[in-house]
Design a protein around this ligand. Structure first.
Ligand code: FRU
Length: 493
């Protein structure tokens, strides 16, 4: 991906720049914001510090893509006004197809960005901005804020959805450790509908970045509403993580239902340490069948201290969220939304023997694992003898991802992620691992469970050994696809 000019870039001895994950060289980024799709383009906004590689002075940065893998950096979309309503915190965007707000002037439907302004004295209010040229330029609404602060320290991250049954917009805003829902017919004037979360879900930390949307299960044809809530701290493996609720929304209240694994069970969208503040794109094709999602690939515990100071913060792989019926009720599946094999990779099938596989820095690894196996261990190793170890233990229904010996391990980074294996649909379990210069993303059991983790080895992991627990062929169909940027593929021809 072409990176913009930046003045602050200092050289470090080792770069961990991602090959196929979104990041911005020279700058700090965190949460994805304002995601919408229009005329074949995905628009990605994000929390950006335009002056530094640490958090602060928040603006909305901007990039666009046609395939969710090759991104084009664009000029800053929303600038902070330190003297006015303040910095631009997280939020969403909607394409106002029916011109309910009346902002559209011509060719394009108006796009309305909904975001939090945080003032110098840290007051948080909800504001809007609109674009009449398909997202290239945004104008802040002159009558901001559209929702004043109701007396709360934490009141932020507005995300809007169209409630078709009653023909109005619904906005979710997090308020401390719960979420407030509001309604509006014009995106400018908002009335509060209800609150959710006082007696539900994980409460180990503050709630952030809500996202409420309907999905139809392709198998049953039934509709359910999904609510994503990020929480920090209080994740299942420390620090930041995202929980999800599946239930019903009647235009006023959200009621969780079909709790797949019992009511006290928290459902984590990703069990890893590095998938946070994710939200979904508005206006994508077939949006009722699946929602396209992306998250910030870091954790507030150590985000400011990761070793590569030529950039800080990247996005996870974009994923497609859909509703799947399992024997314990509805669950979410979140497979990657990119076509890794579509001209961006070179694949080879691997035969497992005693020799470790020689691996590139950025690739996708796919295999199936028979659940008759008890314990299978995958160990990545670098020339500097650092390791990342993944243990898939069907006997104890547990997956472990150990980065304690992976190189950088300060500020609580030395974690062993534990993920209980929930529901298995098939005997042969499909496992997909997407690795990049400083990340692993594991998609397990038809992507019903995921682990995203950063690692910063001193030298790249270049060997992988896969140790099955028996002589029997329980690990099958191993395929490795090395990532090649589209233009380097062209050069190869
Ligand atoms: C989540 C978050 C949001 C906030 C933003 C500030 O990571 O804390 O709640 O709007 O980051 O950058």
């Amino acid at each position: 991906m072409q990176q913009p000019e930046n003045q602050n870039l200092q050289s470090t001895e080792r770069s961990w720049s991602p090959h196929y994950h979104f990041f911005k060289l020279g700058f700090w980024i965190n949460d994805p914001n304002g995601l919408f799709y229009l005329d074949g383009k995905y628009h990605l906004f994000f929390q950006l510090n335009p002056d530094d590689v640490v958090w602060g002075n928040m603006h909305w940065g901007y990039a666009t893509s046609e395939n969710l893998i090759d991104w084009e950096h664009q000029p800053i979309a929303l600038h902070a006004e330190p003297e006015g309503l303040g910095y631009i915190f997280s939020g969403g965007a909607v394409v106002d197809t029916n011109n309910t707000a009346g902002f559209a002037t011509g060719e394009y439907p108006a796009v309305i960005a909904t975001f939090t302004h945080q003032s110098e004295n840290e007051e948080q209010v909800q504001s809007i901005a609109y674009s009449v040229d398909g997202g290239q330029n945004f104008t802040k609404y002159t009558r901001n804020p559209v929702i004043p602060n109701p007396g709360l320290k934490d009141f932020r991250d507005p995300k809007v959805v169209w409630y078709a049954k009653k023909q109005y917009w619904v906005k979710a805003v997090v308020a401390g450790q719960c979420v407030y829902f509001y309604q509006s017919s014009d995106l400018k004037s908002w009335q509060k509908l209800s609150e959710f979360g006082h007696n539900h879900g994980a409460h180990g930390g503050i709630w952030e970045c809500p996202d409420l949307f309907p999905l139809i299960c392709s198998e049953t044809g039934e509709e359910r509403w999904v609510l994503l809530i990020s929480i920090n701290p209080g994740g299942p493996n420390g620090g930041s993580a995202t929980q999800y609720f599946i239930g019903d929304f009647d235009g006023v209240e959200f009621k969780p239902q079909d709790s797949p694994l019992g009511n006290s069970q928290i459902h984590w969208l990703d069990y890893g340490t590095d998938c946070y503040a994710g939200i979904t794109w508005d206006n994508t094709p077939d949006i009722l069948q699946s929602r396209t999602y992306i998250a910030w690939m870091s954790n507030w515990d150590y985000a400011r201290d990761t070793p590569d100071n030529t950039w800080r913060g990247a996005m996870t792989l974009p994923r497609k969220i859909s509703l799947v019926k399992s024997e314990v009720g509805y669950l979410l599946a979140t497979p990657p939304a990119i076509d890794f094999n579509g001209g961006n990779s070179i694949s080879r099938s691997e035969t497992l023997n005693q020799q470790p596989l020689v691996i590139p820095e950025a690739y996708k690894l796919v295999f199936t694992l028979n659940s008759d196996s008890t314990k299978t261990v995958l160990q990545w190793q670098s020339a500097s003898k650092e390791t990342f170890v993944l243990t898939i233990d069907f006997a104890n229904k547990l997956i472990l991802a150990d980065r304690t010996q992976s190189g950088f391990n300060e500020k609580g980074f030395d974690t062993i992620v534990k993920m209980p294996i929930e529901v298995l649909e098939q005997q042969n379990v499909e496992i997909e691992i997407y690795a990049d210069a400083c990340s692993f993303e594991l998609f397990f059991n038809g992507s019903r469970q995921c682990i995203t983790m950063l690692t910063f080895p001193t030298t790249p992991f270049n060997q992988l050994s896969i140790a099955p627990d028996s002589e029997e062929k329980l690990v099958n169909d191993v395929k490795l696809s090395a990532y090649k940027a589209a233009n380097s593929l062209k050069r190869l021809k």
